[in-house]
Unconditional design. Structure first.
Length: 227
């Protein structure tokens, strides 16, 4: 059973998302919060498998809550899926840099939201398809998540870790990567656990952004210079 916390300052949204998720046989909403402070308190009390957070909330915004739940030093780590009506770049970047595992717009189809919760619970990242190319291009051209560069990737990553990173950047799940490399899923998870701190990132979604940013793989639709 996937245990979920839903945090949103709009009562109708809270009720709608909670009802949507609770209707699934493998998902249980264990806590509902109306502001960031309550979200933090309930997350620490219930330790859900996924926290679905709005960006704009009273007391603490969703980025602040995400940083506390899944950023550096978080213990225990609670994976975060950001659900918002805003697709402004700074919100997306802030959520990713805080360590969020996913970012979706609230007008996404219900099955997409449910699927995203399952993906995040399984340790996979997800990003609204309408935002993916723009976000990747922005990080490639202007942003820096951390100082490790593509030239140093071969120094800090093993050959197998690099293989995992390349497949991860193609959007593969742990199961897909395991099948492609003919290894156990647990082996893939072990490689990821060692790889993320080497790259200085908090989540597999940040690792994907890192791979594009450092030209390990090319941004979809971009030219050779990443533009």
């Amino acid at each position: 059973m996937i245990r979920v916390l839903v945090a949103d300052d709009q009562p109708l949204v809270r009720a709608g998302v909670s009802a949507l998720l609770d209707a699934e046989p493998d998902i249980e909403v264990v806590a509902v919060a109306s502001d960031g402070a309550e979200a933090l308190e309930l997350a620490r009390r219930t330790v859900p498998d996924v926290a679905c957070l709005d960006i704009r909330m009273p007391v603490h915004d969703g980025i602040t809550v995400a940083r506390a739940l899944c950023g550096p030093g978080a213990d225990p780590v609670v994976p975060v899926l950001v659900l918002t009506t805003f697709d402004m770049d700074d919100y997306v970047f802030g959520a990713l840099e805080a360590g969020a595992s996913g970012f979706l717009l609230k007008d996404a189809e219900p099955d997409v939201i449910v699927g995203a919760v399952r993906q995040v619970a399984a340790g996979n990242g997800t990003l609204d398809q309408a935002l993916t190319r723009r976000v990747l291009r922005e990080f490639v051209t202007r942003r820096r998540l951390q100082p490790v560069t593509g030239d140093r990737a071969d120094e800090v990553l093993t050959a197998r870790e690099r293989d995992v990173l390349l497949l991860l950047a193609q959007g593969m799940s742990n199961e897909d990567i395991a099948a492609a490399l003919v290894v156990e899923v647990s082996t893939v998870k072990s490689h990821l656990a060692r790889m993320l701190p080497k790259l200085g990132v908090q989540s597999r979604l940040q690792a994907v952004v890192w791979a594009y940013q450092n030209r390990i793989v090319a941004v979809p639709g971009a030219g050779p210079d990443g533009a």
